[in-house]
Design a protein around this ligand. Sequence first.
Ligand code: PHE
Length: 499
Amino acid sequence: MEFAHDVAEVQEFEGRHPKQLYLLFFTEMWERFSFYGMKALLLAYMVSQLKFDEPKGYAILGSYSALVYTMPMFGGMLADRFLGYRKAIMFGGILMTIGHLVLAIPQGWSFFYGMAFIICGNGFFKPNISSLVGTLYANNDPRKDSAFSIFYMGINIGAALGGLLCGYVGQRINWHYGFGLAGIFMILGLIVFSIGKKTLKKKGLPLNAAELRKPRFAFITNEHIIYIASLAIIPLVVALFHAYEVMDWIMLVLGTLSVCYILFIAFKLEKIERFQLFAALTMIIFSTLFWSFYEQNSGSLNLFALRNVNMNVLGYNLPGLAVNNFLPPAWVIILSFVFAWLWPWLNKRGQEPSTPMKFAFSFILLGIGFYVFYLACKASTATGLIPLTTFALGYFFIISGELCISPIGLSMVTKLSPKNIVAMMMGIWFFASAIGEFLAGKIGSLMSVPKEVAEAENPVLSLPYYADIISNIGLGSIVIGVILVCFVPFLKRWMHDVK
Ligand code: PHE
């Protein structure tokens, strides 16, 4: 009886989401299809086609991923102050489409230019589509959290399909077709958005449209200037790729500045708000470490999947890149249902863990996942190939960890930041993942396999290059989780009444 009542309530509840949510759902789904489809190919393409040394491949991957998630800070700011979310999404989407199509051109010059277009495009697209979801609901609307869960599902359906399709086409048919396929789906996302955006009525329009249309020189308006300035950044990003060592300094300086800026704001606040912001900052700093381990998925684990996972299923040899990029989002889709049930279930019994405790669990779960990979390596030294089922099992734990930090962190930021800096703190949350992605490149390069070993294509020889670092990541992550458990009482006190 009670169960039937719950279901009816859920159905009614779900049914009440505005149809515009699904417009944004499908736009983001196709955008993430292209984003993750392309990322699935990136490292393996650099190493096997462009013949980069592995450490260079990891450094470029780390720089690309770091820049991709640094730009949303600026794209978000420009949309808030000038463009409005809709124009920013269209412009970002167009840049991303160009980026994917440039990558599809089989020429030496196209590679860095393609990535630079995607980096700038993502800066405009990614933060603003999430903010646009937020505008569909009033701040205290109870549907808001579930809207973001539905949206997160769209992200991962896109990521799963993109990883699968582009991974397959890139690895088995032609790398450039794989990149091109990503571009085609990005165009699909843009078409969906441009047809449906009228239904958004006034939502996401620029705050001051007249100002935006005002000509500056001749027929060049303020709006044009933003677009031209963004295009001018593209060659700079390309130059950065050629001197990627500079990225160490850029990330260090931007990271230090962000921490100092948050502390500066915190010291101007009343006591309770100040400590709440300290709690948010501490958790954001920890999240950086989480992403640096987690993002091995799109780096070292791609090559590991190609070299050291037994992809033979019933006599058919599965494409490793597709499998490695399909598994994590597929687990997110499945496990989202489990967590959507688990947290309220624990809550009813007064046993739902606090936000910092969930953060601690995320590290412990991720650590267990990597340790599963490590144990599989230990047991497979004779063949050099770990079973696909164990590989999938490791990801089960890693993704359970993701679901204890990624959605929880987003809501933590909105709850612990003073109202007037929520958007900026959101940018910093993404920036923390940018630093994490950058560190992931550094950790990944510790698993570089020398050219002779890679060319020998013998799994027994390549396995040891992964096993030890994987075990260190596993143990390191569990230790960080335990340290975080010790911090929990302090963080809870700092958070005051926020759970
Ligand atoms: N995979 C999710 C997304 O693409 C969450 C995520 C965001 C993970 C940023 C890492 C960095 O939106």
